[in-house]
Design a protein around this ligand. Structure first.
Ligand SMILES: Nc1ncnc2c1ncn2[C@@H]1O[C@H](COP(=O)(O)OP(=O)(O)O)[C@@H](O)[C@H]1O
Ligand SMILES: [Mg+2]
Length: 332
């Protein structure tokens, strides 16, 4: 029943049911500050640059931040991220997707935009994130990443700080921020996951993908983040395999780490998913009634049901996205 409403929004002419602009205005001035520096591996990233960004004790209001992760490459994170961004935005939630696959970005291709500026300009402090954010044709905003730039895989202290501040600026004005992350467990990727409110693991019904998804959740549990976790099983070829795959992961996770996972749903293996030409619309736009698109729309509904409502939430002091990112430097 819930899916019908999102489906109607996806297929209706007035799909972009945006929230009143007065609510956006209300958030425009809110910004996150920075947390205290700590000890550990990431201290070198932040340890030299305490300047005018001292933490403030006041509570802030920010939209939920969802990071999409997998451990293993090629599980469908970018497909899921771009599809969810379109689905959520068209369901009336002002959404921005940030391409946090540092160095191997592709969300701009999947959303059919040719960016002139990108995340590197933001982390280098050359442009505010609000100038780099593009309104894509299919609805959501996008902060594009860069491909093949080695510096983006080894961000410096001031760049990581700029990154956290940029996420906070987006969360202050959006209803929902999605972070499409890269494969692997590099410190800056783990730190990005720690900055989120919620991590969505995208896995597949195969041992390698499951093992790597487990490695991500184990790492998050070891660094002590309070981020909640859910699972999407992608490229499912038989009915029931999504649930069975989730059950295996949940079983291992709860026995070894005590982490409880939420099953968001599964997505069929479908050749229609692969975009074969530049500018091709995402499946949820081109074929919203197709079962694979419907499965993604179901997942968007479930995400809101389980981890919504979207929109601004009051944050406890030092719990905004920028400060969460910095706070985990001690343990990542
Ligand atoms: N459900 C699916 N069915 C078929 N192909 C898929 C599906 N999901 C993703 N793919 C394909 O798998 C490849 C990797 O997907 P991508 O989203 O780029 O993964 P990641 O971001 O995790 O590296 C792409 O070619 C994509 O089209
Ligand atoms: Mg990707």
């Amino acid at each position: 029943m819930k899916r019908a409403s999102i489906y109607e929004r996806m297929t209706s002419a007035g799909a972009d049911a945006r929230r009143p602009s007065s609510q956006q205005d209300d958030r425009a001035s809110r910004r996150s500050g920075l947390g205290p520096r700590g000890q550990g591996l990431f201290e070198r990233l932040f340890g030299t640059s305490r300047t005018n960004s001292q933490p403030t004790a006041d509570a802030r209001s920010e939209a939920p931040v969802f990071a999409i992760a997998s451990g293993k490459g090629g599980t469908g994170k970018s497909f899921v991220s771009t599809s969810l961004a379109v689905a959520l935005h068209r369901a009336g939630h002002r959404t921005t997707l940030v391409d946090c696959d540092f160095g191997l970005a592709c969300d701009h291709l999947l959303l059919g935009v040719k960016p002139g500026t990108h995340l590197q300009h933001v982390v280098q402090g050359r442009l505010p994130v609000t100038d780099v954010r593009i309104e894509t044709a299919h609805g959501p905003g996008l902060v594009p990443g860069v491909t093949g730039v080695r510096q983006m895989t080894q961000l410096q202290d001031h760049e990581m700080r700029q990154f956290g501040e940029a996420l906070g600026q987006l969360a202050a004005v959006d209803d929902c921020v999605l972070l499409d992350t890269g494969a692997g467990l590099s410190p800056q990727t783990v730190l990005t996951l720690c900055a989120a409110d919620h991590v969505i693991l995208v896995t597949q019904p195969e041992i390698a993908a499951l093992t790597d998804a487990y490695a991500v959740l184990k790492t998050l549990s070891q660094v002590g983040t309070e981020v909640s976790l859910s699972v999407i099983v992608n490229r499912v070829t038989e009915d029931g395999h999504g649930e069975a795959t989730f059950d295996k992961l949940q079983d291992v996770a709860s026995r070894n780490t005590g982490v409880e996972l939420t099953f968001l749903g599964s997505i069929p293996d479908d050749p229609l998913v692969t975009q074969r030409r530049l500018g091709q619309a995402p499946l949820v736009v081109s074929h919203p009634e197709h079962p694979t698109a419907v499965s993604v729309l179901d997942i968007a509904d479930r995400l809101v049901e389980c981890f919504g409502p979207l929109g601004p939430r009051a944050r406890a002091p030092r719990q905004d996205v920028a400060q969460r990112l910095l706070a985990h430097q001690r343990v990542v």
